[in-house]
Design a protein around this ligand. Structure first.
Ligand code: 9MR
Length: 484
Protein backbone atom coordinates (compact mmCIF):
# COMPACT_ATOMS: atom_id res chain seq x y z
CA UNK A 1 0.00 0.00 0.00
CA UNK A 2 1.26 3.44 -0.89
CA UNK A 3 1.04 5.91 1.91
CA UNK A 4 0.08 9.33 0.65
CA UNK A 5 1.81 11.99 2.72
CA UNK A 6 -0.14 15.16 3.27
CA UNK A 7 1.24 17.53 5.86
CA UNK A 8 4.86 18.37 6.43
CA UNK A 9 6.94 16.30 8.78
CA UNK A 10 6.55 17.06 12.48
CA UNK A 11 9.24 19.44 13.61
CA UNK A 12 11.43 18.07 16.37
CA UNK A 13 10.55 20.02 19.50
CA UNK A 14 14.13 20.91 20.28
CA UNK A 15 13.98 23.37 17.41
CA UNK A 16 10.63 24.84 18.24
CA UNK A 17 10.09 26.39 21.65
CA UNK A 18 6.49 27.54 21.55
CA UNK A 19 5.26 30.05 24.15
CA UNK A 20 3.30 27.21 25.76
CA UNK A 21 6.43 25.15 26.02
CA UNK A 22 8.47 27.94 27.56
CA UNK A 23 5.75 28.50 30.17
CA UNK A 24 5.63 24.81 31.03
CA UNK A 25 9.39 24.74 31.21
CA UNK A 26 9.40 27.56 33.73
CA UNK A 27 6.79 25.85 35.89
CA UNK A 28 9.01 22.82 35.96
CA UNK A 29 12.21 24.50 36.98
CA UNK A 30 11.80 23.48 40.60
CA UNK A 31 11.12 19.86 39.77
CA UNK A 32 14.02 19.64 37.41
CA UNK A 33 16.30 20.78 40.17
CA UNK A 34 15.36 17.65 42.09
CA UNK A 35 16.37 15.34 39.25
CA UNK A 36 17.43 11.89 40.31
CA UNK A 37 20.68 10.44 39.07
CA UNK A 38 20.86 6.74 38.38
CA UNK A 39 23.14 5.38 41.10
CA UNK A 40 26.24 3.36 40.49
CA UNK A 41 25.91 -0.39 40.92
CA UNK A 42 25.20 -2.24 43.10
CA UNK A 43 21.94 -0.94 44.59
CA UNK A 44 21.57 -1.00 48.35
CA UNK A 45 19.14 -3.68 49.43
CA UNK A 46 16.53 -1.15 50.48
CA UNK A 47 17.09 1.21 47.53
CA UNK A 48 14.13 2.47 45.47
CA UNK A 49 12.49 0.26 42.87
CA UNK A 50 14.30 1.89 39.97
CA UNK A 51 17.74 1.15 41.36
CA UNK A 52 16.96 -2.55 41.55
CA UNK A 53 15.36 -2.48 38.12
CA UNK A 54 18.46 -0.77 36.68
CA UNK A 55 20.57 -3.58 38.08
CA UNK A 56 18.51 -6.11 36.19
CA UNK A 57 18.30 -4.09 32.98
CA UNK A 58 14.57 -3.92 33.58
CA UNK A 59 12.10 -1.05 33.47
CA UNK A 60 9.70 -0.23 36.26
CA UNK A 61 7.46 2.58 35.09
CA UNK A 62 4.49 4.68 36.12
CA UNK A 63 1.83 6.61 34.28
CA UNK A 64 2.36 10.26 35.19
CA UNK A 65 -0.08 13.15 34.95
CA UNK A 66 1.40 16.52 34.02
CA UNK A 67 -0.93 18.45 36.37
CA UNK A 68 0.02 16.39 39.44
CA UNK A 69 3.72 16.65 38.57
CA UNK A 70 3.27 20.41 38.60
CA UNK A 71 1.04 20.77 41.66
CA UNK A 72 1.92 17.97 44.04
CA UNK A 73 5.54 17.73 45.13
CA UNK A 74 5.09 14.45 47.03
CA UNK A 75 3.73 12.90 43.87
CA UNK A 76 6.56 14.30 41.77
CA UNK A 77 9.18 13.14 44.29
CA UNK A 78 7.93 9.57 44.29
CA UNK A 79 7.57 9.59 40.52
CA UNK A 80 11.21 10.63 40.19
CA UNK A 81 12.65 8.47 42.95
CA UNK A 82 10.96 5.14 42.32
CA UNK A 83 10.55 4.76 38.55
CA UNK A 84 13.03 4.52 35.68
CA UNK A 85 10.33 4.68 33.03
CA UNK A 86 7.24 6.83 32.48
CA UNK A 87 4.09 6.98 30.38
CA UNK A 88 2.05 10.19 30.00
CA UNK A 89 -1.34 9.28 31.47
CA UNK A 90 -3.29 11.67 29.26
CA UNK A 91 -0.97 14.35 27.87
CA UNK A 92 -0.18 12.74 24.51
CA UNK A 93 -3.68 11.57 23.65
CA UNK A 94 -5.38 13.01 20.58
CA UNK A 95 -7.80 15.24 22.50
CA UNK A 96 -4.85 16.76 24.38
CA UNK A 97 -2.45 17.24 21.46
CA UNK A 98 -4.81 18.12 18.58
CA UNK A 99 -8.12 19.28 20.07
CA UNK A 100 -9.07 21.08 16.86
CA UNK A 101 -8.00 20.15 13.38
CA UNK A 102 -4.37 21.01 12.82
CA UNK A 103 -4.26 23.08 16.05
CA UNK A 104 -1.64 21.37 18.17
CA UNK A 105 -1.10 21.88 21.88
CA UNK A 106 1.99 20.28 23.35
CA UNK A 107 2.01 22.11 26.68
CA UNK A 108 1.35 19.12 28.93
CA UNK A 109 3.17 16.68 26.69
CA UNK A 110 6.32 18.81 26.71
CA UNK A 111 6.07 19.28 30.47
CA UNK A 112 5.83 15.52 30.91
CA UNK A 113 8.81 14.96 28.60
CA UNK A 114 10.89 17.52 30.47
CA UNK A 115 10.21 15.73 33.74
CA UNK A 116 10.93 12.27 32.33
CA UNK A 117 14.16 13.38 30.71
CA UNK A 118 15.36 15.29 33.74
CA UNK A 119 14.86 12.11 35.72
CA UNK A 120 16.42 9.78 33.20
CA UNK A 121 13.20 7.88 32.57
CA UNK A 122 12.52 5.87 29.44
CA UNK A 123 9.33 7.12 27.83
CA UNK A 124 6.41 5.15 26.44
CA UNK A 125 4.40 7.44 24.17
CA UNK A 126 0.69 6.92 24.70
CA UNK A 127 -1.16 6.89 22.34
CA UNK A 128 -1.48 7.90 18.67
CA UNK A 129 -4.61 6.18 17.34
CA UNK A 130 -7.37 5.37 19.83
CA UNK A 131 -11.17 5.50 19.67
CA UNK A 132 -11.31 7.08 23.13
CA UNK A 133 -10.31 10.61 24.17
CA UNK A 134 -10.65 11.37 20.49
CA UNK A 135 -11.96 14.86 19.71
CA UNK A 136 -15.36 15.02 18.07
CA UNK A 137 -13.94 16.70 14.97
CA UNK A 138 -12.32 13.33 14.21
CA UNK A 139 -15.04 11.08 15.60
CA UNK A 140 -17.90 12.89 13.87
CA UNK A 141 -16.05 14.45 10.97
CA UNK A 142 -17.65 12.18 8.34
CA UNK A 143 -14.33 12.03 6.55
CA UNK A 144 -13.86 10.05 3.37
CA UNK A 145 -11.33 7.23 3.47
CA UNK A 146 -8.55 9.31 1.94
CA UNK A 147 -9.32 12.35 4.13
CA UNK A 148 -9.27 10.32 7.33
CA UNK A 149 -6.03 8.67 6.31
CA UNK A 150 -4.43 12.05 5.81
CA UNK A 151 -5.91 13.35 9.12
CA UNK A 152 -4.35 10.33 10.84
CA UNK A 153 -1.05 10.77 9.04
CA UNK A 154 -0.86 14.46 9.88
CA UNK A 155 -1.57 13.71 13.54
CA UNK A 156 1.06 10.99 13.73
CA UNK A 157 3.52 13.06 11.78
CA UNK A 158 3.18 16.05 14.08
CA UNK A 159 3.01 14.22 17.42
CA UNK A 160 5.51 11.42 16.86
CA UNK A 161 7.64 13.79 14.78
CA UNK A 162 7.84 16.32 17.58
CA UNK A 163 9.40 13.81 19.95
CA UNK A 164 11.39 11.90 17.35
CA UNK A 165 14.42 10.30 18.96
CA UNK A 166 13.10 10.92 22.48
CA UNK A 167 10.47 8.18 22.80
CA UNK A 168 11.52 4.59 23.38
CA UNK A 169 8.15 3.00 22.56
CA UNK A 170 4.98 4.31 20.97
CA UNK A 171 1.60 2.77 21.71
CA UNK A 172 0.71 3.36 18.08
CA UNK A 173 -2.79 1.88 18.12
CA UNK A 174 -4.71 1.27 21.32
CA UNK A 175 -7.62 -1.05 22.14
CA UNK A 176 -8.53 -2.09 18.59
CA UNK A 177 -10.29 -5.36 19.45
CA UNK A 178 -13.36 -6.30 21.49
CA UNK A 179 -13.50 -9.08 24.08
CA UNK A 180 -14.54 -11.73 21.58
CA UNK A 181 -11.58 -10.90 19.34
CA UNK A 182 -13.62 -9.00 16.74
CA UNK A 183 -12.60 -5.55 15.53
CA UNK A 184 -13.83 -2.60 17.57
CA UNK A 185 -16.17 -0.42 15.52
CA UNK A 186 -14.09 2.78 15.77
CA UNK A 187 -14.18 5.59 13.24
CA UNK A 188 -10.78 4.35 12.04
CA UNK A 189 -11.97 0.79 11.48
CA UNK A 190 -15.27 1.89 9.96
CA UNK A 191 -13.66 4.26 7.49
CA UNK A 192 -10.29 2.70 6.74
CA UNK A 193 -10.88 -0.98 7.44
CA UNK A 194 -8.40 -3.14 9.36
CA UNK A 195 -5.46 -1.74 7.37
CA UNK A 196 -5.55 1.39 9.50
CA UNK A 197 -3.31 -0.43 11.97
CA UNK A 198 -0.61 -1.26 9.41
CA UNK A 199 -0.90 2.28 8.03
CA UNK A 200 -0.50 3.83 11.49
CA UNK A 201 2.52 1.64 12.23
CA UNK A 202 4.22 2.62 8.98
CA UNK A 203 3.38 6.29 9.45
CA UNK A 204 4.88 6.24 12.94
CA UNK A 205 8.01 4.52 11.66
CA UNK A 206 8.38 7.33 9.18
CA UNK A 207 7.77 10.09 11.72
CA UNK A 208 10.15 8.61 14.32
CA UNK A 209 12.41 5.91 12.90
CA UNK A 210 13.98 5.31 16.32
CA UNK A 211 10.82 4.59 18.30
CA UNK A 212 9.65 1.05 18.81
CA UNK A 213 6.14 0.51 17.51
CA UNK A 214 3.68 -1.21 19.83
CA UNK A 215 0.02 -2.17 20.12
CA UNK A 216 -1.66 -2.04 23.52
CA UNK A 217 -4.91 -3.30 25.06
CA UNK A 218 -6.71 -4.41 28.23
CA UNK A 219 -8.02 -7.89 29.02
CA UNK A 220 -5.36 -9.51 26.85
CA UNK A 221 -3.24 -10.49 29.84
CA UNK A 222 -4.14 -14.17 29.70
CA UNK A 223 -4.68 -16.46 26.75
CA UNK A 224 -8.19 -15.70 25.52
CA UNK A 225 -10.13 -14.78 22.39
CA UNK A 226 -8.98 -11.17 22.47
CA UNK A 227 -5.30 -11.94 22.97
CA UNK A 228 -5.62 -14.60 20.24
CA UNK A 229 -6.79 -11.82 17.90
CA UNK A 230 -3.61 -9.83 18.69
CA UNK A 231 -1.47 -12.90 18.27
CA UNK A 232 -2.93 -13.56 14.82
CA UNK A 233 -2.78 -9.92 13.76
CA UNK A 234 0.86 -9.50 14.82
CA UNK A 235 1.86 -12.76 13.16
CA UNK A 236 0.23 -11.48 9.94
CA UNK A 237 1.80 -8.02 10.22
CA UNK A 238 5.24 -9.58 10.62
CA UNK A 239 4.60 -11.82 7.62
CA UNK A 240 3.63 -8.76 5.58
CA UNK A 241 6.75 -6.86 6.59
CA UNK A 242 4.84 -4.22 8.57
CA UNK A 243 7.01 -2.74 11.34
CA UNK A 244 5.82 -3.96 14.75
CA UNK A 245 8.02 -4.23 17.83
CA UNK A 246 5.85 -5.02 20.81
CA UNK A 247 2.57 -5.73 22.52
CA UNK A 248 1.47 -4.01 25.73
CA UNK A 249 -0.69 -6.00 28.12
CA UNK A 250 -2.40 -3.29 30.17
CA UNK A 251 -3.28 -5.55 33.14
CA UNK A 252 -6.07 -3.57 34.76
CA UNK A 253 -6.77 -6.41 37.17
CA UNK A 254 -9.28 -7.36 39.86
CA UNK A 255 -7.84 -8.39 43.23
CA UNK A 256 -7.21 -12.13 43.36
CA UNK A 257 -7.73 -12.59 39.64
CA UNK A 258 -4.36 -12.61 37.94
CA UNK A 259 -4.94 -14.85 34.92
CA UNK A 260 -3.22 -18.21 35.39
CA UNK A 261 -2.06 -18.11 31.77
CA UNK A 262 -0.31 -14.71 32.03
CA UNK A 263 3.23 -16.05 31.66
CA UNK A 264 2.23 -18.43 28.88
CA UNK A 265 0.63 -15.52 27.05
CA UNK A 266 3.71 -13.31 27.44
CA UNK A 267 5.85 -16.17 26.20
CA UNK A 268 3.83 -16.80 23.06
CA UNK A 269 4.13 -13.14 22.01
CA UNK A 270 7.86 -13.15 22.78
CA UNK A 271 8.15 -16.28 20.65
CA UNK A 272 6.84 -14.24 17.70
CA UNK A 273 10.04 -12.21 18.05
CA UNK A 274 8.45 -9.06 19.51
CA UNK A 275 8.81 -7.49 22.94
CA UNK A 276 6.16 -7.57 25.64
CA UNK A 277 5.46 -5.24 28.56
CA UNK A 278 2.89 -4.90 31.27
CA UNK A 279 1.86 -1.34 30.47
CA UNK A 280 -0.92 -0.18 32.81
CA UNK A 281 -0.85 -2.42 35.86
CA UNK A 282 -3.32 -1.83 38.68
CA UNK A 283 -5.21 -4.24 40.93
CA UNK A 284 -8.53 -2.93 42.14
CA UNK A 285 -10.15 -3.80 45.43
CA UNK A 286 -13.71 -3.55 46.72
CA UNK A 287 -13.56 -0.63 49.16
CA UNK A 288 -12.80 -0.33 51.97
CA UNK A 289 -9.74 -2.50 51.47
CA UNK A 290 -8.97 -4.86 54.38
CA UNK A 291 -5.44 -5.85 55.38
CA UNK A 292 -5.95 -9.32 53.95
CA UNK A 293 -7.13 -7.81 50.66
CA UNK A 294 -4.02 -5.62 50.55
CA UNK A 295 -1.94 -8.74 51.12
CA UNK A 296 -3.76 -10.54 48.32
CA UNK A 297 -3.06 -7.51 46.15
CA UNK A 298 0.64 -7.82 47.01
CA UNK A 299 0.58 -11.44 45.88
CA UNK A 300 -1.08 -10.36 42.65
CA UNK A 301 1.55 -7.70 41.97
CA UNK A 302 4.22 -10.27 42.72
CA UNK A 303 2.69 -12.79 40.31
CA UNK A 304 2.61 -10.21 37.53
CA UNK A 305 6.23 -9.18 38.18
CA UNK A 306 7.34 -12.81 38.28
CA UNK A 307 5.52 -13.67 35.06
CA UNK A 308 7.16 -10.80 33.19
CA UNK A 309 10.62 -11.33 34.68
CA UNK A 310 10.47 -15.02 33.77
CA UNK A 311 10.28 -14.28 30.02
CA UNK A 312 13.29 -12.85 28.21
CA UNK A 313 11.32 -10.57 25.89
CA UNK A 314 9.26 -8.97 28.68
CA UNK A 315 11.05 -5.69 29.21
CA UNK A 316 8.96 -3.54 31.53
CA UNK A 317 6.20 -3.32 34.08
CA UNK A 318 4.43 0.04 34.29
CA UNK A 319 1.89 0.82 37.00
CA UNK A 320 -1.03 3.05 36.03
CA UNK A 321 -0.41 5.86 38.48
CA UNK A 322 1.65 6.65 41.55
CA UNK A 323 -0.75 6.89 44.47
CA UNK A 324 -4.25 5.50 44.97
CA UNK A 325 -5.41 9.06 45.45
CA UNK A 326 -5.48 9.93 41.76
CA UNK A 327 -6.27 6.56 40.23
CA UNK A 328 -8.88 6.37 37.47
CA UNK A 329 -10.41 3.28 39.14
CA UNK A 330 -12.94 4.80 41.61
CA UNK A 331 -14.32 7.06 38.86
CA UNK A 332 -14.96 4.11 36.60
CA UNK A 333 -15.76 1.22 38.95
CA UNK A 334 -18.07 2.39 41.70
CA UNK A 335 -17.00 1.23 45.14
CA UNK A 336 -13.60 -0.02 44.00
CA UNK A 337 -10.19 1.51 44.47
CA UNK A 338 -6.79 1.27 46.20
CA UNK A 339 -5.22 -0.29 43.09
CA UNK A 340 -1.65 1.06 43.20
CA UNK A 341 1.64 0.76 45.11
CA UNK A 342 1.25 3.86 47.33
CA UNK A 343 -1.82 4.75 49.35
CA UNK A 344 -3.63 8.10 49.46
CA UNK A 345 -1.00 9.48 51.84
CA UNK A 346 1.89 8.24 49.71
CA UNK A 347 2.79 5.43 52.08
CA UNK A 348 4.07 2.27 50.39
CA UNK A 349 1.61 -0.60 50.54
CA UNK A 350 2.32 -4.34 50.82
CA UNK A 351 2.14 -4.34 47.01
CA UNK A 352 5.15 -2.01 46.96
CA UNK A 353 7.12 -4.50 49.03
CA UNK A 354 6.12 -7.30 46.72
CA UNK A 355 7.36 -5.43 43.64
CA UNK A 356 10.52 -4.38 45.47
CA UNK A 357 11.27 -7.94 46.36
CA UNK A 358 10.51 -9.24 42.88
CA UNK A 359 13.21 -6.86 41.66
CA UNK A 360 15.71 -8.28 44.12
CA UNK A 361 15.20 -5.79 46.97
CA UNK A 362 14.42 -6.59 50.59
CA UNK A 363 10.71 -5.97 50.25
CA UNK A 364 10.86 -4.14 53.55
CA UNK A 365 9.44 -0.75 52.76
CA UNK A 366 5.88 -0.76 54.02
CA UNK A 367 6.37 0.04 57.69
CA UNK A 368 4.24 -2.96 58.66
CA UNK A 369 6.45 -4.11 61.53
CA UNK A 370 8.82 -6.98 61.12
CA UNK A 371 6.95 -9.01 58.56
CA UNK A 372 9.59 -9.08 55.89
CA UNK A 373 8.60 -12.42 54.47
CA UNK A 374 8.03 -12.48 50.74
CA UNK A 375 4.36 -12.59 49.98
CA UNK A 376 3.73 -16.07 48.64
CA UNK A 377 3.00 -16.11 44.95
CA UNK A 378 -0.57 -16.97 44.08
CA UNK A 379 -1.29 -20.64 44.55
CA UNK A 380 -3.10 -22.72 41.99
CA UNK A 381 -6.36 -21.29 43.30
CA UNK A 382 -7.62 -18.26 45.21
CA UNK A 383 -10.58 -18.19 47.58
CA UNK A 384 -12.70 -15.25 48.63
CA UNK A 385 -14.91 -16.24 51.57
CA UNK A 386 -17.53 -13.99 53.09
CA UNK A 387 -20.46 -14.14 55.45
CA UNK A 388 -22.93 -12.32 53.21
CA UNK A 389 -25.64 -12.10 55.87
CA UNK A 390 -25.49 -12.93 59.58
CA UNK A 391 -28.12 -13.32 62.28
CA UNK A 392 -28.01 -14.58 65.89
CA UNK A 393 -28.08 -18.30 65.08
CA UNK A 394 -27.00 -18.51 61.49
CA UNK A 395 -25.56 -16.92 58.41
CA UNK A 396 -25.37 -17.05 54.63
CA UNK A 397 -21.90 -17.72 53.27
CA UNK A 398 -20.51 -17.05 49.85
CA UNK A 399 -17.27 -18.39 48.40
CA UNK A 400 -15.68 -17.45 45.10
CA UNK A 401 -12.95 -19.78 43.93
CA UNK A 402 -10.62 -18.69 41.12
CA UNK A 403 -8.64 -21.16 39.06
CA UNK A 404 -5.15 -19.63 39.02
CA UNK A 405 -3.67 -22.65 37.26
CA UNK A 406 -2.64 -22.75 33.62
CA UNK A 407 -5.24 -25.31 32.64
CA UNK A 408 -9.02 -25.51 32.82
CA UNK A 409 -10.58 -27.59 35.58
CA UNK A 410 -12.94 -30.35 34.59
CA UNK A 411 -14.61 -31.01 37.93
CA UNK A 412 -13.57 -29.68 41.31
CA UNK A 413 -13.88 -30.29 44.99
CA UNK A 414 -13.41 -27.53 47.57
CA UNK A 415 -12.64 -28.43 51.18
CA UNK A 416 -12.34 -26.39 54.37
CA UNK A 417 -12.85 -26.62 58.13
CA UNK A 418 -15.30 -24.51 60.08
CA UNK A 419 -13.39 -23.22 63.13
CA UNK A 420 -16.30 -22.56 65.50
CA UNK A 421 -18.98 -25.20 65.25
CA UNK A 422 -20.83 -23.90 62.23
CA UNK A 423 -23.05 -26.43 60.46
CA UNK A 424 -24.24 -26.23 56.85
CA UNK A 425 -28.04 -26.45 56.53
CA UNK A 426 -28.37 -26.06 52.78
CA UNK A 427 -26.35 -24.75 49.86
CA UNK A 428 -26.39 -23.91 46.18
CA UNK A 429 -24.15 -24.02 43.11
CA UNK A 430 -22.38 -27.09 44.60
CA UNK A 431 -23.08 -30.47 46.23
CA UNK A 432 -22.48 -29.77 49.92
CA UNK A 433 -21.56 -32.22 52.65
CA UNK A 434 -20.12 -31.84 56.13
CA UNK A 435 -18.37 -34.36 58.34
CA UNK A 436 -17.49 -33.01 61.78
CA UNK A 437 -16.08 -29.59 61.06
CA UNK A 438 -14.88 -30.48 57.55
CA UNK A 439 -16.99 -29.19 54.70
CA UNK A 440 -16.76 -30.43 51.12
CA UNK A 441 -18.35 -28.71 48.15
CA UNK A 442 -18.14 -30.44 44.78
CA UNK A 443 -19.25 -29.13 41.43
CA UNK A 444 -22.78 -29.61 40.18
CA UNK A 445 -23.44 -31.01 36.70
CA UNK A 446 -23.20 -27.57 35.13
CA UNK A 447 -20.32 -25.75 36.80
CA UNK A 448 -17.52 -28.33 36.80
CA UNK A 449 -15.65 -26.66 33.94
CA UNK A 450 -13.63 -23.68 35.15
CA UNK A 451 -11.24 -22.17 32.58
CA UNK A 452 -7.75 -21.00 33.56
CA UNK A 453 -8.30 -17.62 35.17
CA UNK A 454 -12.02 -18.31 35.60
CA UNK A 455 -14.03 -18.31 38.82
CA UNK A 456 -17.00 -20.07 40.31
CA UNK A 457 -19.17 -18.76 43.15
CA UNK A 458 -21.01 -21.03 45.56
CA UNK A 459 -23.21 -20.27 48.55
CA UNK A 460 -24.77 -21.85 51.61
CA UNK A 461 -26.82 -21.25 54.73
CA UNK A 462 -25.36 -22.49 58.01
CA UNK A 463 -26.16 -22.40 61.68
CA UNK A 464 -23.77 -21.21 64.35
CA UNK A 465 -23.97 -20.95 68.09
CA UNK A 466 -22.62 -17.51 68.68
CA UNK A 467 -19.08 -17.62 67.25
CA UNK A 468 -18.71 -17.39 63.52
CA UNK A 469 -14.99 -17.24 62.81
CA UNK A 470 -14.03 -17.60 59.18
CA UNK A 471 -12.28 -20.73 57.89
CA UNK A 472 -8.59 -20.03 57.35
CA UNK A 473 -7.50 -22.63 54.83
CA UNK A 474 -9.08 -24.05 51.70
CA UNK A 475 -8.04 -26.75 49.26
CA UNK A 476 -9.25 -27.21 45.71
CA UNK A 477 -8.78 -30.73 44.37
CA UNK A 478 -6.30 -31.25 47.20
CA UNK A 479 -4.15 -28.18 46.49
CA UNK A 480 -4.15 -25.33 48.93
CA UNK A 481 -5.50 -21.98 47.80
CA UNK A 482 -4.53 -18.43 48.69
CA UNK A 483 -7.22 -16.70 50.75
CA UNK A 484 -8.28 -13.10 50.42
O1 9MR B 1 -6.03 7.04 33.43
C1 9MR B 1 -6.69 7.65 32.34
C2 9MR B 1 -7.79 8.56 32.85
O2 9MR B 1 -7.24 9.66 33.53
C3 9MR B 1 -8.66 9.01 31.70
O3 9MR B 1 -9.76 9.75 32.20
C4 9MR B 1 -9.14 7.79 30.94
C5 9MR B 1 -10.05 8.15 29.77
O4 9MR B 1 -10.47 7.02 29.10
O5 9MR B 1 -8.02 7.09 30.44
C6 9MR B 1 -7.27 6.56 31.47
O6 9MR B 1 -6.23 5.78 30.95
C7 9MR B 1 -6.60 4.66 30.11
C8 9MR B 1 -5.48 4.44 29.15
O7 9MR B 1 -5.20 5.62 28.45
C9 9MR B 1 -5.81 3.32 28.17
N1 9MR B 1 -6.16 2.11 28.87
C10 9MR B 1 -7.17 2.25 29.91
C11 9MR B 1 -6.77 3.36 30.89
C12 9MR B 1 -7.77 3.43 32.03
O8 9MR B 1 -9.02 3.84 31.55
Amino acid sequence: MRLARSGGRGTPRRHRATPARRAAGAAFAALLGAAVLVPAAPAAADAPLRDHADQMGFEIGAALAANHLQNDSQYADLAATEFNAATPENAMKWESTEPSRNQFDFGNADAFMDFAQANNQKVRGHTLVWHNQLPSWVENGNFSESELRSVMENHIDRVAGRYAGEIAYWDVANEIFLGDGSWRDSVFYRTLGPDFVADALRMTAEADPNAELWLNDYSIDGVNAKSDAYYNLIRDLIAQGVPIDGIGLQAHLINGQVPGSLQQNIQRFADLGIKVAITELDVRIEMPASQSELEQQARDYRSVMDACLAVDGCVAVTVWGVSDQYSWVPDTFEGQGAPLLFNDSYQPKPAYDAVHEALGGTGDGDGDGDDDDPPPTSGPCAVDYSAANEWSTGFTGQITVTNNGDTALDGWSLEFDFPSGQQITNGWNAEWSQSGSTVTATNTGWNGAVPAGGSVTVGFNASHDGGNAEPEAFTLNGQSCSVS
